[in-house]
Design a protein around this ligand. Structure first.
Ligand SMILES: *Cc1c(COP(=O)(O)O)cnc(C)c1O
Length: 354
């Protein structure tokens, strides 16, 4: 379904040579600092912490906001890390069902799920589509809740004239190799408040400054080698997004009308991170998968299963998410994907209407 983008190896080597000359491999090295500065400028945000992955970013987001117990309202339609990070932080996920047309949390249903124990809302800009950030902010103000967005899919998305990653108290990103922009492994937090940013800076380094142990921390740091990959990829962001747009536009043209697609959002400048399609039934999805497998083409069931059905949590019904999870898939989408492959995928889907 995806293939990591790789910069010209010469350009990566040049940055690595600098690392070898300096002999600094981690702990706030110059590559990391340069990378953090570049990201802040690109996103036009004040505070950004580069972290070891997008999962630790979610956990540190809750922790840095002081959320160590209670309920966190979240979406069942995401990658498992969204839910697991809440559990690791000793909080309880409370699931609110999603919008049928773009799969983000249904903001109109959030308020009914608020209880005296609710501490935060953790929503996901799933596939890079924007949550109802205005309504979520209004609910958070009314009930004194923190807002964390999992923006693992939203790097490069603009919404209402700003980076989509600039909304909420904290937005997390993932720079995993399978994501649109990557550092091999990596992630980070965009943080609104400078005090919270300082807290996370300490928490990602075990919570201590020399021998002064101030708070519970973790190792959330990233190495210079990962920062170097980020620096090497950075100049290609626009090219990456443009080529993914080429693939998406071709899918738009070739895929049949009956295949459900997310509703387009007028205020959003998309990053073409994913190409989700909703089949008419799970049987149809499985038949298309079988046919594509014979051609060595492998779409993914993203996201399946719906997270409210995970075996290690109490089941809370979310009929929209469960229905979509059973029928949705992401088609192959990466830089350099050939037109012939896209045509084959479109033909296979078109030929499996029944
Ligand atoms: C990839 C992903 C994560 C986790 O990021 P990692 O960097 O792999 O830890 C979290 N949430 C969502 C929605 C993701 O897709």
């Amino acid at each position: 379904m995806t293939k990591p983008f790789l910069p010209p190896v010469k350009e990566y080597k040049k940055i690595i040579e600098g690392i070898f000359e300096r002999g600094v491999l981690t702990n706030q090295g110059p590559c990391l600092q340069e990378f953090e500065e570049k990201i802040k400028a690109y996103l036009n945000v004040e505070h950004f912490q580069f972290l070891c992955n997008g999962t630790v970013a979610l956990q540190l987001a809750l922790s840095a906001l002081g959320i160590t117990e209670g309920e966190v309202i979240t979406t069942p339609f995401s990658y498992v890390a969204t839910t697991s990070s809440i559990l690791w932080e000793r909080c309880e996920p409370v699931f609110v069902d999603v919008e049928p047309d773009n799969f983000t949390i249904d903001a109109a249903k959030i308020e009914k799920a608020v209880t005296p124990r609710t501490k935060a809302i953790m929503a996901v800009h799933v596939f890079g589509y924007a949550c109802d950030v205005g309504e979520i902010q209004a609910i958070a103000v009314r009930h004194n809740l923190k807002v964390v967005y999992d923006g693992a899919h939203a790097f490069g998305v603009e919404y209402l004239g700003n980076s989509l990653l600039s909304y909420g108290d904290i937005t997390t990103v993932s720079f995993h190799a399978t994501k649109l922009f990557h550092t091999g492994e990596g992630g980070g937090c965009i943080i609104k408040d400078s005090g919270v940013a300082a807290r996370m800076e300490l928490q990602k380094r075990f919570g201590h400054q020399y021998d002064d142990h101030r708070m519970l921390g973790i190792n959330g740091k990233t190495s210079e080698l990962n920062a170097a990959m980020g620096l090497a990829n950075f100049p290609y962001i626009n090219e990456i997004i443009a080529d993914r747009q080429r693939v998406s536009v071709l899918y738009d043209k070739l895929l049949p009308e009956w295949l459900q697609r997310p509703k387009s959002q007028t205020e959003l400048e998309y990053n073409y991170a994913y190409y989700p399609v909703v089949f008419r039934s799970e049987e149809q999805l499985l038949r298309v998968f079988d046919a594509l497998k014979k051609e060595e083409i492998f779409p993914r069931r993203y996201f399946y299963p719906s997270l409210n059905t995970l075996p290690y949590i109490q089941y809370q019904p979310c009929p929209v998410s469960e229905d979509i999870s059973n029928r949705i898939a992401c088609l192959p989408l990466y830089v350099g994907l050939e037109e012939a492959t896209i045509e084959k995928i479109a033909d296979t889907i078109t030929g499996n209407y029944e």
